[in-house]
Design a protein around this ligand. Structure first.
Ligand code: HMG
Ligand code: MG
Length: 309
């Protein structure tokens, strides 16, 4: 996939709810519900959707049905939609190709301890492992993103030096990664720190190839998005209804809610291409009907309540 270049007033959102959002759910979620969630998100105008993870089902059982989820989305594929999946190794990459994704995500971290816990190897070994994955992606014209977890803090190591994510981004660029997902896995970062880390990464790789991936554990994600916007970043990840967390980052809550991000960006005059009302319907539906819990997006809940009333 050619990376969509965004104009001055456009921000591209990658919806990660069906993957990052659902991977942490303890109770198995029916494949049909996962497919319906993706369909509702695509109908709301989401153009880039992280739908699955082809990881070991022993490590993350909830993601074991990725092939079936993507099969359920066959009729939704088209030039304007890009479906992606996480792939930790060649086995995952082969499954992703078979499933027909347009983007894959290889994932490592700015912290050695987290990399070890999450993918059972060192940062250097993970990048070595990515080389054949990226070569296969190139042969199949599949866009490769590289996720850098713990860029703003680590659940095992604590503070992470400002330049660590930039170093990893440079090493990922050297092996052919095309887009760099800089992640605050445990949502501890604050705006000044975010600015410093993203400025450092933007010196290592082109700023239009950087995406911000913020979990909202400490309620800082919107402020951090604003800080990254000020650095020139125009791609952000978010999760409908703020679902999610990482099974290997205890206590970390979900990604920033897509509804909250769209509400903020629309208010600032950015074009996201997303129909906020349809997104709110999807967020309310997945929270209450599928997961049986209150709808947690602040903007989503406010808009939903106003509509009822
Ligand atoms: P390992 O145990 O070292 O690997 O795990 P292994 O090669 O020994 O394989 C173990 C078993 O898994 C074998 O099965 C393999 O066949 C199987 P067995 O022989 O025992 O029956 N296996 C696979 N099965 C299906 N698909 C595969 C695959 N690979 C191996 N691709 C491994 C290493 C990387 C596989 C494992 O650590 C793993 O799957 N980790 C993934 C953890 C994960 O998904 N974490 C959450 C996603 S990352 C995240 O959320 C962060 C992010 O959102 C950004 C942020 O917020 O920071 C992206
Ligand atoms: Mg994440």
């Amino acid at each position: 996939m050619a990376l969509k270049t965004t104009g001055a007033q456009a921000v591209s959102l990658v919806e990660v709810g069906p993957r990052d959002g659902l991977q942490n759910e303890k109770t198995p979620i029916a494949t049909a519900h996962k497919v319906e969630l993706c369909q509702r998100l695509l109908a709301a105008g989401i153009a880039r959707l992280e739908a699955a993870a082809f990881v070991s089902p022993k490590w993350v059982p909830q993601m074991a049905d990725g092939a079936d989820v993507l099969a359920g989305l066959k009729s939704q594929r088209g030039a304007s939609v890009s479906l992606s999946a996480l792939v930790p190794n060649l086995k995952g990459m082969e499954s992703a190709i078979e499933a027909g994704v347009q983007e894959v995500v290889v994932f490592t971290a700015a912290s050695e301890a987290f990399t070890q816990k999450n993918i059972n190897c060192s940062i250097a070994d993970s990048i070595e492992r990515f080389k054949p994955v990226i070569e296969l992606a190139r042969q199949h014209h599949i866009h490769v993103r590289g996720s850098i977890s713990c860029a703003l803090g680590c659940p095992y190591e604590g503070d992470v030096p400002v330049n660590r994510a930039a170093d990893v981004a440079r090493r990922l660029a050297d092996v052919g990664v095309q887009e760099f997902d800089v992640a605050d896995t445990i949502g501890v970062g604050t705006a000044g720190q975010t600015r410093a880390v993203f400025e450092a990464v933007a010196k290592a790789v082109p700023v239009d190839r950087i995406a911000g991936h913020f979990h909202d554990t400490y309620g800082q994600a919107l402020a951090n998005i604003l800080a990254a916007l000020q650095v020139g970043v125009r791609t952000f990840h978010s999760s409908v209804a703020g679902l999610g967390g990482c099974p290997y980052a205890k206590g970390a809550t979900g990604n920033v809610a897509t509804e909250d991000v769209v509400y903020m960006l629309q208010g600032m005059g950015y074009d996201t291409g997303i129909d906020l009302n349809a997104l709110v319907d999807a967020g309310e539906w997945v929270s209450t009907t599928v997961l049986g819990r209150p709808y947690a997006s602040r903007a989503g809940r406010a808009l939903w309540t106003r509509r009822q009333g």
